[in-house]
Ligand binder design. Structure first.
Ligand SMILES: O=P(O)(O)OC[C@H]1O[C@H](O)[C@H](O)[C@@H](O)[C@@H]1O
Length: 364
């Protein structure tokens, strides 16, 4: 289908209804700022070159929460909820969902939806006095129309949205530190998903926090999955009172519950799904730790928003800063970046066999 054709079908009411955008929505807004589209005709085929910001849809529903859908010109998409600033869907150009969402997930505040990429801030797990994984994932974020600039490469050729979280009076009672948390979520034409978090101390005193992009990857079968890039690292085992161990295996595979924080990890990690013949590549910056979590059978049964057998279809691999909390002095800002891409495993076996050696790709 030509680019123009696919664009028109994207705008049609049936496409909007198919994407579920009109259901229960108070309004739908399309943002096409600074879009430059060139359509080239060559040998009877049409191709599109999309130079600038691509299509971003914003939908707001009646209970005050909303979603933003990012579209790539080649058909990939990402959906971000204002509830939690949580990425709730990431699809490739064939429409395949790459993130896990539980069939029992609840999409209503105040709790984060089980799946996607909830943000753990300012606390990870129960390492502190706040609610599990901190409050950011449970709050309503706003769209930031005028964020401080990022590097031009963070915008060029991408569809993106900027979100903002500031503490409420209630948040300040349990965590008395004023901050601005800016989140940029973007999608490249090839469907690479990026998240950039900028957290600024606007308080008169220093504060410390921990952080994780809890990333629920969708996998064919957990027994067919392995992680490369964490071998030989030290980790804290949440199942053994955070005792420190050293990883011994060649790669990480799964046959029981896992809940670990790998320390001082390389900036590129690969999650290989043999059955699907695809590999997720996780690139990160500013995030020294990697959490690996799968609840397995017993814990799955204990979670109300998670199916008994669903542990087989998911794996959390989170870029994180946990062991050494980040400290910001007044006026200082911290940045943590995550970039997710997916490649066929045939490509991976050639290029990603040893992530520590060959995946030294700097984030743009
Ligand atoms: O159910 P959640 O609050 O999302 O937490 C899910 C899991 O996250 C972490 O990995 C914790 O160490 C686990 O103890 C917890 O069960």
């Amino acid at each position: 289908m030509s680019f123009v054709g696919s664009w028109i079908s994207f705008l049609s009411p049936s496409a909007i209804a198919k994407n579920g955008l009109s259901q229960g929505s108070c309004w739908v807004k399309f943002i096409f700022s600074a879009v430059t589209v060139t359509v080239e005709l060559e040998m009877g085929h049409s191709a599109a070159i999309w130079d600038q910001r691509a299509a971003v849809e914003v939908t707001k529903d009646c209970n005050g929460t909303g979603q933003v859908v990012l579209h790539s010109p080649r058909g990939a998409s990402a959906r971000v909820s204002l509830h939690g600033g949580q990425v709730v869907s990431w699809r490739n150009d064939r429409g395949e969902e790459l993130l896990f969402t539980s069939s029992k997930a609840m999409f209503k505040p105040p709790k984060a939806m089980r799946g996607g990429i909830p943000i753990c801030f300012p606390q990870f797990g129960n390492r502190g006095s706040l609610e599990q994984h901190g409050f950011a994932r449970n709050k309503i974020w706003t769209i930031d129309d005028n964020p401080p600039p990022l590097h031009p490469s963070d915008s060029k050729g991408k569809s993106f949205i900027d979100l903002l979280l500031k503490p409420s009076e209630e948040d300040l009672k349990c965590w008395p530190h004023s901050f601005e948390f800016r989140l940029r979520v973007s999608l490249t034409a090839d469907g690479v998903l990026s998240m950039i978090s900028r957290i600024r101390n606007i308080n008169g005193k220093p504060f410390s926090f921990s952080f994780a992009y809890r990333t629920y990857f969708s996998v064919s079968d957990i027994s067919e999955v392995r992680i490369e890039g964490l071998e030989t690292l030290d980790y804290l085992d949440n199942l053994c009172q955070r005792e420190r161990f050293t990883e011994q295996g060649d790669a990480i595979t799964f046959e029981s519950e896992v809940d670990r924080v790998y320390l001082s990890s390389p900036n590129v990690i690969a999650v290989l799904d043999h059955e699907k013949k695809r590999t997720y590549v996780v690139r990160k910056e500013g995030l020294p730790d990697v959490v690996v979590w799968n609840p397995w059978e017993k814990k799955s049964k204990a979670m109300v928003d998670f199916g008994d057998e669903e542990y087989k279809q998911m794996l959390c691999v989170d870029g994180a800063a946990i062991e050494k909390p980040i400290t910001l002095r007044p006026g200082e800002e911290w940045t943590g970046r995550l970039e997710l891409s997916v490649v066929p495993s045939s490509y991976c076996s050639e290029h990603f066999d040893s992530p520590q050696r060959s995946l030294k790709v700097k984030l743009a």
